[in-house]
Every structure is written in structure tokens, then in C-alpha cells.
Design a protein around this ligand. Sequence first.
Ligand code: ATP
Length: 263
Amino acid sequence: MSTNPNEVVSFQNVSKVYNTGTIALSQFDLTITEGEFISFLGPSGCGKSTALRMVAGLSEATSGHVQVFGKTPKEIIQKTNDIAFVFQDANLLPWRTVLDNVLLPLELRGSTKKSHKEYAIEVLEMVGLKDYLYAYPRELSGGMKMRVSIARALAAKPKMLLMDEPFAALDEITRQTLQVDLLNIWQKEKTTILFVTHNVYEAVFLSSRIAVMSSRPGKLSSIINVNLPFPRKLQVRTDKTFTDYVDIAAHSLENSSIRRELG
Ligand SMILES: Nc1ncnc2c1ncn2[C@@H]1O[C@H](COP(=O)(O)OP(=O)(O)OP(=O)(O)O)[C@@H](O)[C@H]1O
């Protein structure tokens, strides 16, 4: 059991070997505390998504322990709305309006209260879609679809958001706008965010902490505390401190891949 009352996720000596024999994670140790914005940064195939899926109870450790809010991930997923997942693909139902897409997970859990609908509208306003409540997905841009997906995740008031490369398919301008908006939402809602990316700039801009991973088998290669104040504006990217952090993260990535080649 955890000794830190603020601990929300812990990986203890976690390994994951798929049926194919692929070792996706090996002796992975990490503790995440309440309110963090932590990114998992690493090259393709280093086990970032596997780690995130374990927190969501979608994948089980072959050995070691994963705990979420002091319980097993499956218990948390089955009994609470504490965790919400945002994928790269917004996965909206084309025949439902924006508002009805956001309400769907609540409906599936039997929650059809008026207050839920009011809150769904509130989160859609928060993500900048108050004029699109009754639009259909086909009428939206890629960035707007992702906003709906984020609103859908927030509608159940989760304590933790898991985001797996949510902006990877978007153009650079849209991606940057969404990054700023996501940080504002994180600060307002005070959720813990676990964010998977292979983009160094994105990781530094968004995170309070970065877990750099090395591949095959996926291990934690280093932890970077990003001591840049919040709120962060896009202009911060030109500050020397920001570019220094980008260098540190990039070097850490490089070193982890060199170690892999040597090892
Ligand atoms: N269901 C599965 N069955 C077998 N192997 C898998 C499965 N899921 C992932 N893998 C393998 O496990 C390794 C880690 O995959 P994972 O998706 O966690 O990495 P990732 O760092 O998120 O990669 P990417 O950035 O490309 O999404 C990869 O080699 C991948 O091919």
C-alpha cells in the first residue's frame, strides 16, 4: 500500500509480455501524484500506450503491480467514473449530435439526470463548442472532433484523464491551440493527466513532469521535472529555459536509444 496520501498511480516493478513474446515493459517503476500533468515520452514501440492501458485496466501486468487510487485498475474502472480515456481518434458516433455524443457514456451508465446535461453543455462551452451543441460530427473539423472527445471525457467529472497521443493527427496550428486549451482545462478542473506523446516540444510545453522511456523492452529512462510556471502561453517556446528543457528531453531520448543499440 502507498505511504503517500497524494499518490494516485503506482507502477511497481511492472513487466508486460504479450502473447507474441514481445516484451513491452520491463521492471517499470513510477509513482504519479494527484494533480500532476505527466507525459510519457519515448520512441515508437517503447510501451507508452501499454503503460496507459494498464492504468485504465485495459491491459494486465504479466508481473508486478499497478495501483490506481489505491485499488486495482479494474476495480476503479468498474465501480467509478474516476478515469476517462481520450484516444488519437475522436471515435464520435456520426448519427448523434455533439451534445448527444458527450452524453453517451453517462447514458450507458444509466445517468440521465438534467444536471448531467447541464454539465455536458458547460464542458462543451469550456472546450469552445457552445455554438455546436446540435451539430453532427460530419460538420466538424478534426480539431473540433477532438474537442468533443475531450468534453465527453470530462463530462463524467473524472479525477484522472488518460490521453494517448490525442493531437497526433492534427495540423500544427490546431495542435498548439488545443495544447493551450488543455492546460487551461487542467488548471481549472484540477484533474491528474497522463499524456502519451513522442513529441518533445509537446511534452515540455504541457507537462509538470516527463517520464522518458526507452524501448524494447520499455523501461523508464529518466524523469524530468519541468519547472516552467503555469499558466503557459505559446510564446514560452521561444524562452531559453523552454529550449533548455527541450534539449534535456531530446538528449535523454537519444541516450535511451543509444543504450538500446549498445545493450
Ligand atoms: N496487443 C498486442 N499484442 C502484441 N504486441 C503488442 C500489442 N500491443 C502492443 N504490442 C507491442 O508492444 C510494444 C509496445 O507497444 P505500445 O503500443 O505500448 O508502444 P508505444 O510506445 O505506445 O508505441 P507508439 O508510439 O508507436 O504508439 C510494441 O512492440 C508493440 O508492437
